[in-house]
Every structure is written in structure tokens, then in C-alpha cells.
Design a protein. Sequence first.
Length: 374
Amino acid sequence: MQLTSEQIQILLVEKLAGTIEEADNLLLEGLIAEDPAVRQQWQGMQEQLGRLGGVPQGVDEDEAWQKVAAGMRRPARTIPMFAKVTAAAAVILLVVGAVFLVRSKPSDPLAQNYDWKGKPVITLLTDNGQNINIEAAQTIRLGDISARADQKEMVFPVAPAGTAQWSTLAVPSTMDYKLSLPDGTEVWLNAQTRIHFPSGFQGTRREVYVQGEAFFRVSRDQQHPFIVHAGQTEVQVLGTSFNINTYAADRSVTSLVEGAVINRDEHGGEVALRPGTQAVYSADRHFSTQPFDETEVLSWMKGVYYFHNTPLKDISKVISRWYNAEVYFKNTGMQSKTFSGQLDKAKTLQVFLDNLNLSEEMHAAFSDGKVIFQ
């Protein structure tokens, strides 16, 4: 039986409450054993309830049920029998607060801000505590897996069944990087980008997490959809090529080059894309779609950033990422001033600033790693 994420979450709550039926429990035990995402969710719910000291006494179960039913945005007592929520489980659900009842995903391991300051070096941080700097050609051991890495690319072999160690690859300012995942999927990562991924995919879904900007060329596998978690959204694909940009905390952009993808958010919204269109998700929790210029969107992979009537504030963020420079505005009004042109990473930052300085009422100075606009 193929369960939705909501149905799995409800069964986890029933199991935690001790009210799950035997047949449902056997089904869920299989999912916990086979799917690392379900296993992680189950362990997290157990830990959270443990920290709270168990289920509090004296909670009105009928009132708890009504709150849960309202949160599910459907009439009370109308969910299917195999995914029911008992009153006791409703109490636990409210106490733990670990489940999105409309649409959910595992907690984002990249949600915490990352400090990009310091020496620019590719870094692999494993979930078991290793911190590996990639400064020369080397072989990296992750459990039973040996990955090949140098300063340009990291390649994982096809992983044997039962192997999955999660790691985070961090690409610093000034650099970009290519990652080949164990299923053959290729990922190009822009500067100041992180990706959280397993050394081997397990279960029915291939899942990764991204913060920053990345271009994916996904290996086709109809039985195992590929899921990219990116901030408040996720992108589901089978085999396709697309770019995703989540640099802005309140905005993400998915640009489809070929194939097909479905963008979803954690509030139940979704949009399907066709090649040549992009989905923009903004802080007001709405998707919008629009055509895009592939040459411009993917130009970062060639070290070029095109901009048209772009505020200097946005341009300054690219300067910071590509040149590891701190940017300051002596005149805050300059942040909204717009420019058109291109930034070429192969050229020095001073060349770009000299071109900007040709504009009227504009002066940019660069010294000791700092750019000052005034």
C-alpha cells in the first residue's frame, strides 16, 4: 500500500500514542526500517516527547481532537479508517507539534545560517562529525563508500543496498563545484551554496536539501522520484534538468530547462512547469510562473552574471559571493539605484567597479576585501 506523507505522519502519531492497530504497525515498521526520512521523523518525534517528559495529564481529549481536526482543514472524524487519529493520539500530536498536517517534509538540515567567512575552501561535513577540507585530489571514506574528490568535483559510486550516510557539502565564496550523486545525478553548485545528501539513496524517494543556487541534471528512475527540498518548497522530478535559486530567505526560483517538475510548498500549494518556464515562490506563500532566458539564468555556470535594471543592492550580493568581499553603502539611497550589464568572474572586481564608476553620481572603492559604495 502506497501511503501519502500525511497518512504516514498520522500513523507515527498513533504509534507514539500506543493506539495503532497491529496491521498498521507492521506496515509502519517496514517504512521505518526502509525509508531514512520516515526513520528520522520517528526518532525526532520520540526525542521531542521524551524532552517534554511524556504526555501531560489533565488534557481534554475531545478539545484536542477538535483542534487537530481543524488543523487538518477537513470535517472532524472523516479521515480514512486506516489513517484515523484517536483522541489520545490527538493529545500527543498537539504536545509534540512535530507534524505538518496539511503537507509536510522532514525538518530542513540546512535551515540554520552558515558562516561563509574565512578561507574559501570546499568542505564536506558528515553527520557523524567528520569535517573534511577538499584542497587536493583525495579519496573520502564514508562508511562502506569511497568517493573521489578534487577541487572541482566530487564523485560518488553507485552505493550498495543498505548504505546511507548523510553529509553536507559547502561551496564557499569565489568558488563553484560539481557533485555526482550515487544514482548518477549531476549537481553544479554556485558560490555560497550547501547541499545535504546521502552516500546512497534508500526507500522510495531520492531526496536532497539545497540552500543557495544549484543546477540539477537528474538521472531518470520512474520508481524513485527525485526530491529537492529548498527552503519552504520542494521540487519533484523523475529525470530532468533545472536550476534552483534560494539565496533570498523569502524567495525561491525554479527554472526548468528540460523534462517536467512539480513545485510544492508546505502550505499545500503546487505548480507544474514545462521547459522554458520558472516558478517563483515568495514570502506571501504564492507561486507564480513566467518564461525565462536560459542563457541568463545559467550564465553563472560559465562565471558570468547578467543584470538588467537590477538594484545595486542585488548586484552587491553577487559581488560578495563571487569575490568574498564585504559590501558597505555609505549612502543607503544607492542600494535602489539600478544598472544593466554583466559581471565576469574571470576579470578582477576592480575592473567591474571601474565600469560602474563611469555612471553619474556613483563611486565605488575597493580595498582590503571591502567594497564601499557612496
